[in-house]
Design a protein around this ligand. Structure first.
Ligand SMILES: Nc1ncnc2c1ncn2[C@@H]1O[C@H](COP(=O)(O)OP(=O)(O)OP(=O)(O)O)[C@@H](O)[C@H]1O
Ligand SMILES: [Zn+2]
Length: 572
């Protein structure tokens, strides 16, 4: 039994996530976690909400709530929606937790002690009325280039010109509108990534099995332009982890917080500690996942994320871990994703474009979405969600292939032999051929799952379903029963067992359908069908079942057209 630590990029707190976010991080991580548990491995699967930073403060202000209250509420909302999609986190933590505060301060202290922190003085715009320094994008004014009067301090979104806050004409605070702005001196901490560059590069070069998408992004940041740069890890904000050196004050850094990208990945560790706290476990129980001096030596750590998160996970977070000079676990494999687009454009949280997780669940159960998203995951290139493709894939794969098989077999059995596994006959040539084919296809499915080749795994799973359908079609027990009922009984006995086998192997993709199928079969044995022949005798003659309801229904053309219209606009 192996030990596998899995983390998904942690979703930002400022709203409900869209289907692109889901398929680019949490959902494939869940698929992998479920598969590994199904194979009997010990899994720790951690996710959390990413709560700090100015966008959270502004979202809270817009909602008219204190930021702590807003984050706590939004965390609960995200947690509930994640449960709706059956994301099987061992813990869904919060980057604002006390655990993460302490760990983030601890890492900063270690980095300082080891000479990897530099204190830098900068000049930055201060709003007297707001009593705070303003990040570039929270300074507004008139664009010197086009005259647009809502240009931001980093860029004019009207003419796209890159700006400095001091370029703006009549600058004002985007928070209060005040024009009482001053340029003040402020001090910040920088993580000396350049000093760790060789170490990071050697480590990345040792990862020869990583997806090209992951290593190409890492290498680009290591080599392009002036190469890897030091990175500011503090901000002049109120909402965040206060800057401290371990548990000691940091002279000159009073009132400042760590930058959200410094504390967010540390939450993977803190989230595991939160898991321990929430479940009455000890320090040793979570440290055995993270400290190679405390039992994590045999852990395999896999991260899942969209491509924009790759630089932080291949460079900055490893720099934090390496620079601590403590034996924390580094990631072993980073599975990264391209983008899922929506119906001819991009998904966008800020513009409210696309289908959001809560909306998706309001029209169809989780399994329908899970199947489509995973079987179309943007692995080697961007992919696109269209309602036509969604309808076609659900109707064909789930309703016509899998659902239909389950329904035909159970209904036929009920009408001819009653709701128990029939006893007659023996398997013949046709059944042995099927078993051999399934054994081979199962091996292909397993190797795709192990390699996290998600689309290919979905293709293999579908092929396993199709093999069963083709068997049933050619064996035709409904004809055979008229002349040789014993033979028909053997076919149906095998088919009922095949349904159980499908429930087990399909569970990582469609957990609800798998569970309801298993319940109908009156069985609770989820053991992996390593030996297909043996697995197909698991439900013995005489075993009672109940005929299940429709497993997957078809999406009608009218529904598709209605959803297409309903979700074409902008979410407000
Ligand atoms: N369209 C997309 N397709 C696939 N993955 C995506 C997409 N957009 C974001 N992601 C990934 O989703 C995860 C969670 O993202 P996060 O909550 O930080 O939102 P984000 O990256 O700001 O995206 P957005 O602004 O669209 O919400 C990240 O790993 C990110 O890379
Ligand atoms: Zn402009």
């Amino acid at each position: 039994m192996a030990r596998i630590l899995i983390t998904s990029a942690i979703p930002y707190i400022n709203g409900i996530k869209h289907l692109g976010n889901l398929v680019g991080s949490q959902l494939p991580a869940d698929l992998y976690a479920r598969y590994m548990r199904g194979r009997g491995h010990e899994v720790m699967f951690i996710c959390a909400t990413d709560e700090h930073g100015t966008p959270a403060e502004l979202a809270a202000a817009k909602a008219g709530k204190p930021v702590e209250v807003y984050c706590a509420e939004m965390h609960e909302i995200q947690k509930e929606i994640a449960a709706g999609f059956r994301l099987s986190f061992d813990h869904f933590g919060r980057s604002s937790s006390a655990r993460n505060h302490r760990l983030t301060q601890h890492f900063a202290g270690q980095l300082a002690e080891n000479g990897f922190i530099e204190e830098v003085s900068e000049r930055q715009v201060f709003s007297v009325a707001d009593n705070r320094f303003l990040p570039d994008r929270y300074i507004e004014g008139t664009c010197p280039n086009c005259g647009y009067d809502k240009a931001r301090g980093d860029q004019c979104e009207n003419c796209t010109k890159q700006l400095d806050p001091t370029d703006l004409i009549n600058p004002r605070s985007a928070i209060s509108g005040s024009t009482d702005l001053e340029v003040r001196e402020t001090k910040h901490l920088y993580l000396r990534q350049r000093a760790l560059k060789d170490e990071i590069e050697a480590w990345i070069d040792s990862k020869t099995d990583w997806p090209v998408l992951t290593t190409s992004i890492a290498k680009k940041w290591l080599h392009d332009g002036e190469g890897l740069q030091d990175r500011g890890i503090t901000r002049d904000l109120h909402w965040g982890v206060p800057v401290k050196k371990g548990d000691q004050p940091w002279p000159g850094m009073e009132g400042k917080v760590f930058y959200v990208w410094f504390d967010a990945p540390i939450e993977y560790i803190a989230g595991t500690a939160e898991w321990a706290d929430a479940n009455g476990k000890t320090e040793a129980d979570w440290e055995r996942w993270w400290r190679t001096d405390k039992g994590a030596g045999d852990v395999r750590y896999v991260q899942f994320m969209g491509k924009d998160n790759v630089p932080f996970h291949t460079l900055s977070f490893p720099a934090t871990i390496m620079g601590s000079r403590e034996p924390w676990k580094l990631v072993d494999y980073i599975k990264s994703f391209n983008y899922l687009n929506y119906d001819g454009g991009q998904f966008s949280t800020s513009q409210g474009r696309g289908v959001f997780m809560d909306q998706a669940l309001s029209i169809l159960p989780a399994d329908y979405w899970r199947w489509w998203l995973l079987s179309h995951a943007p692995e080697n290139s961007d992919s696109e969600f269209t309602w036509e493709n969604f309808q076609a894939s659900v109707n064909k794969d789930l309703a016509d292939v899998l659902g239909n098989l389950v329904s035909r077999v159970t209904k036929f059995c009920r009408s001819k032999f009653g709701e128990t596994v029939p006893a007659g006959g023996a398997f013949g040539e046709r059944e042995h051929q099927l078993i051999a084919e399934l054994q081979e296809r199962l091996a292909a499915y397993e190797s795709c799952m192990e390699a996290m080749e998600i689309r290919k795994a979905a293709t293999e799973l579908r092929a396993l379903w199709v093999a069963g359908n083709e068997y049933l079609q050619s064996a035709a027990p409904w004809t055979v029963v008229k002349t040789d009922p014993e033979r028909a009984q053997a076919m149906i006995r095998l088919s009922l067992n095949l349904i159980r086998l499908y429930a087990v192997i399909s569970r990582p993709f469609i957990p609800d359908a798998a569970a309801s199928t298993m319940a109908s079969l009156g069985c609770d044995d989820w053991s992996w069908p390593t030996d297909v022949a043996a697995a197909l005798e698991r439900l013995p003659a005489g075993h009672a079942f109940t005929t299940p309801d429709v497993l997957f229904r078809k999406i009608t053309d009218e529904e598709r057209a209605e959803w297409q219209t309903r979700f074409a606009g902008v979410r407000t």
